[in-house]
Write a new protein. Structure first.
Length: 135
């Protein structure tokens, strides 16, 4: 997650206003936002600047809540890779996020650096389990 007053790069999605409540409910669940100050992430309204909207457009982002009891600090790429290998839910989320970004040619520098460390480890783990990873 992005720390308060940090910089965030990513893809801006636009949804019909009539679906806003439904979409936000799903995003809140995915991002660990329960509407209280104890949430792992906090939902904030910000102004995003894009090529199509150089004057800015209002949107929501989820930022790290460093005051949450769930906050564990920053992780090094190797630590993230180790966590992914040990936790199927994290692995599934990471894989899904990677596929989604690849599908839209999305760029996430940090995610790409984690992938450089993680994918070779995942491949080796699959070999050890007798599964045949794609080359």
């Amino acid at each position: 997650g992005t720390v308060p007053y940090g910089r965030m790069e990513g893809t801006l999605y636009e949804y019909p206003i009539e679906k806003a409540e439904e979409i936000l409910k799903e995003l809140d669940k995915r991002e660990g936002f329960n509407g209280t100050s104890t949430s792992m992430y906090l939902r904030r309204s910000v102004t995003a600047f894009t090529k199509d909207n150089p004057e800015g457009i209002s949107c929501f982002v989820y930022i790290t809540n460093e005051e949450s009891d769930l906050y564990q600090g920053s992780f090094k790429k190797q630590e993230i890779a180790d966590l992914l290998l040990d936790n199927e839910d994290f692995d599934e989320y990471f894989y899904g996020t990677s596929i989604a970004l690849d599908a839209i040619n999305g760029q996430d520098t940090y995610l790409n650096k984690v992938k450089e460390v993680y994918w070779p480890m995942k491949k080796e783990k699959l070999k050890e389990e007798g599964k045949n990873p794609k080359k």
